[in-house]
Design a protein. Structure first.
Length: 132
């Protein structure tokens, strides 16, 4: 774990705070997509499209993968309430409900995480350079 963290911090050293915040947000939000295997593809596509550091995005994706499993049922319940008909016990229905829940929550959550991280990282960087 220490080596992964050290490699991550080394790979993002010198990047602007907004880019680091975007890497962390993309890895987090896409990493909890409720269909197994797809977060890796989604993170890779987003990293290429946004010209982000692919290994850093994938590392964040892998670190949040336990959340993918932990959030499957809550996202499925939210999606079932949004659709109006909870899945009738089928795996496909549960996956559909979880995807709907993820789609409705991921954009506002991702925006909030990005804003908080970019402001926090910018202030942290200013404090480091100002010696406060």
């Amino acid at each position: 774990m220490k080596t992964a963290a050290a490699r991550f911090w080394a790979s993002i050293a010198g990047m602007p705070p907004e880019t680091v915040a975007l890497i962390l947000t993309i890895g987090l939000v896409l990493g909890v997509f409720p269909i197994f295997g797809l977060p890796t593809l989604l993170c890779a596509a987003a990293a290429f499209a946004l010209r982000l550091n692919l290994p850093a995005v994938q590392l964040v994706n892998q670190l949040v993968s336990p959340l993918q499993l932990a959030l499957f049922i809550p996202l499925g319940r939210i999606g079932g309430h949004i659709i109006g008909e909870p899945s009738a016990g089928s795996i496909a229905g549960a996956a559909r409900d979880a995807m709907v829940g993820w789609l409705c929550l991921s954009a506002p959550f991702g925006l909030a995480v990005y804003l908080v991280l970019s402001i926090t990282l910018r202030l942290s960087r200013q404090r480091c350079f100002n010696g406060v």
